[in-house]
Design a protein around this ligand. Structure first.
Ligand SMILES: [Fe+2]
Length: 258
């Protein structure tokens, strides 16, 4: 039967929409309640929705009863702080699962490559319903930073790099693409991330805002990219040895941020 997928994402698996024109008061993201999440290190998240409306970042399938990444419940204290961010998430009219603001500290390109992961967007999702994808709405003006996408985790030739201006809107099938952000700023990057259910509403939103499946990718020096690949493999091997020393056979890579 398969899933209902987005026509607009069929070509490349991602689209860049027109930048959102309206400004948002930074207090909407700075005054939210943030929590740290698992192995994501110093990265913090401020959930706007959750399984049951608590300030909780856990996957909906980790609760009882488990459910897929749909029907997120708004966290009342958070949306009271961030009504415009809630509005942004609601704009497409698509179903919303998890919705949160990410706070990402500055990092290096090699860190981003090491952090590449696929999201677990469609666990427990039923065939015949909409495939869950992610929307990224950049809040801070991180013109030198970029969302990195790879269809093959270890092949930089498959890499696409999308700049993260304030108001930039990117929708990605993040279960298909390995992805991470290289944040080159000196202050944290904030972005709104929503799990949206594919379907006619999301397609109409993408069309209305001229979703581009082949946007310009940022150029990087080839040697710089090669050096990061070497560093990526060095870190993976270092991690494998650390696990081996504890008698643990390393599992295939698991999502850092799921
Ligand atoms: Fe992710």
């Amino acid at each position: 039967m398969g899933f209902i997928t987005s026509e607009a994402l069929a070509e490349s698996g991602y689209v860049v929409l027109d930048d959102h024109p309206a400004e948002i008061d930074p207090a909407e993201w700075l005054d939210l309640e943030y929590v740290r999440w698992r192995s994501s290190g110093i990265t913090r998240f401020a959930p706007l929705t959750s399984y049951a409306g608590d300030v909780d970042c856990n996957g909906f399938w980790n609760h009882t009863p488990p459910r897929t990444d749909k029907d997120g419940v708004w966290v009342s204290t958070q949306v009271a702080t961030a009504p415009t961010l809630q509005q942004r998430a609601l704009e497409p009219g698509a179903g919303i699962g998890r919705c949160r603001v990410i706070e990402l500290q500055p990092n290096e390109y090699a860190d981003a490559i090491y952090n590449l992961h696929q999201d677990d967007n469609n666990r427990l999702n039923d065939e015949g319903t909409g495939w869950v994808v992610r929307g990224f709405f950049n809040l801070t003006d991180d013109t030198e930073s970029m969302l990195i996408l790879r269809s093959d985790r270890f092949d930089p030739a498959t890499e696409v790099r999308l700049p993260l201006r304030a108001g930039s809107r990117i929708i990605v099938d993040t279960q298909r693409f390995w992805h991470a952000v290289w944040h080159r700023g000196t202050a944290p990057r904030y972005a709104l991330i929503a799990s949206w259910t594919s379907g006619p509403e999301l397609d109409a939103y993408i069309a209305a805002h001229h979703g581009d499946p082949r946007p310009t990718t940022v150029d990087l020096d080839a040697q710089f990219v090669d050096d990061a690949q070497v560093e990526l493999h060095r870190r993976i091997e270092e991690r494998r040895k650390a696990f081996e020393a504890q008698g643990i056979v390393m599992e295939p890579p698991t999502p850092l941020y799921s």
